[in-house]
Design a protein. Structure first.
Lengths: 267, 182
């Protein structure tokens, strides 16, 4: 038996192995319906992220104005803006982002495809507006925030959690508009949160995966390079990035630690 | 828009079963296979209007499916084992090898042969399993498999060899057709 014949016989075995298919568990209606739900949710999440960014901008401007108008209290005001005002805004922004999908759930139900560009304009933080979180992380000091997002509340974990996405987009503006990667509909415990995006970082592209595990659920070794940290709600946040092509640099590889540091106190 | 939906509908009806079969051999469980296949079709629907090259749809679906299943196999919650195969793990020896009792009727009984192969595939590492499925179920050559997985042809060849070795190690002499050529 030569190689070609051997491969043909293996191929016949493989084809035969998948012939006893049960009735399909989904039809075209399920697919189109799920697609439209995801599109609606994503638009809502983008709107939530935009609101969060606007809130940060508003608080930042207010604090800056206050500092500029009070010559005697300049130092104190600046300290307040970076030490308390901005984190308070972030604290307010996270619950808003979490609530946005429900609050804005009735937004348009158009097809997939047009939401990314609009979302980018709306939600991309402007230079300086993410400074409270970014600057704190860059300086090695994780900014103190208020009530962390904590475990999910649904019956099943959301694999593309809009509230988690809103936070990721705050620290990684390049994630705004990034397509969601395919995930399964398997029901995981509702306390978990997940996010998997197809991201591009310059010339490298790949998957950015963010997972929140609730308190008591320990991460296991998954065999890929991951960055993890305990969160403000005593859970665990795990962030990983891997390239599309083996051997290429993972997207945002040099910023994953910063993302973890930013997310940990907010989750 | 309506024309696009009709095109998607036609593609879905033409390819659903093939995509489900591929997903099944990749994950070894029809329920999960349906989950992955549906997720891939949902992703395709969301990108449908932006896909210019309709000739590349099959490759896009394969890539999405493989990425989804391999990625999930690396996640902490994907550690549990499927028990979808009739008989569950009853035919397995400790260490993952299929027992000779389970394979006794294999070559003579088509149904048993299928289950033996699927059971054996589940013990092959995910990337190697993906290479085997793409090459032997989907019929892709080495170059096409390498392009789809984003690796070199040499890697595909070595993964094929290692994957078949792992499959033989799991099945023992259950399936004669898996014996090396020559």
């Amino acid at each position: 038996m030569d190689d070609e014949e051997h491969e043909a016989r293996i191929a016949a075995l493989f084809r035969d192995a998948a012939t006893d298919a049960p009735e399909p568990g989904f039809d075209i209606g399920d697919v189109v319906g799920a697609s439209r739900r995801i599109t609606r949710r994503r638009r809502s999440a983008l709107a939530g992220a935009a609101l969060a960014v606007l809130a940060v901008v508003a608080v930042g401007l207010t604090a800056g104005f206050g500092a500029g108008s009070s010559s005697e209290l300049t130092t104190a005001s600046a300290g307040s803006a970076s030490g308390a005002g901005a984190p308070e805004a972030a604290k307010a922004a996270a619950p808003e982002a979490a609530a946005a999908p429900d609050a804005a759930g009735g937004l348009g139900s158009g097809g997939a495809g047009s939401d990314g560009a609009a979302g980018s304009d709306l939600a991309a933080p402007r230079p300086g507006t993410t400074a409270p979180g970014m600057a704190g992380v860059a300086a090695g000091a994780v900014p103190a925030v208020g009530t962390p997002l904590g475990p999910g509340t649904g019956e099943c974990a959301n694999r593309q959690d809009p509230a988690l996405r809103a936070l990721v987009e705050q620290v990684l503006p390049e994630a705004v508009g990034a397509p969601e990667a395919a995930t399964t509909t398997e029901c995981r415990p509702g306390g978990e949160r997940g996010l998997v995006l197809e991201v591009r970082d310059g010339t490298s592209s790949g998957l950015l995966s963010v997972t929140y595990l609730p308190p008591g659920e320990a991460p296991t070794d998954t065999g890929v390079a991951e960055h993890a940290a305990s969160t403000g709600s005593a859970g665990t946040v795990i962030v990983s990035a891997r390239p599309d092509r083996a051997g290429d640099p993972a997207p945002f590889a040099d910023r994953i630690d910063m993302v973890v540091a930013y997310l940990a106190p907010r989750l | 828009v309506a024309e696009g939906e009709q095109e998607f509908d036609a593609y879905f009806r033409a390819r659903r079963d093939a995509v489900r079969r591929t997903a099944y051999l990749l994950c070894g469980d029809w329920h999960r296979a349906d989950d992955h296949a549906q997720a891939a079709f949902v992703a395709l629907h969301r990108h449908w209007r932006r896909i210019r090259d309709r000739a590349a749809l099959d490759a896009w679906m394969r890539r999405t499916l493989v990425r989804s299943i391999v990625d999930e196999s690396r996640r902490p919650w994907r550690r549990e084992r499927s028990t979808d195969v009739p008989g569950g793990d009853a035919g397995r020896r400790p260490g993952g090898r299929v027992s000779s009792e389970a394979a006794v009727d294999g070559p003579a009984d088509g149904v048993a042969t299928r289950h033996v192969l699927v059971d054996g595939l589940r013990s092959v590492p995910p990337r190697q399993r993906a290479v085997l499925v793409l090459r032997f179920l989907e019929g892709l050559d080495v170059a096409a498999t390498a392009e789809l997985l984003g690796c070199s042809p040499g890697t595909v060849k070595s993964q094929t060899a290692h994957g078949l070795d792992a499959l033989r190690a799991a099945l023992g002499d259950a399936l004669d057709d898996l014996r090396p050529a020559g």
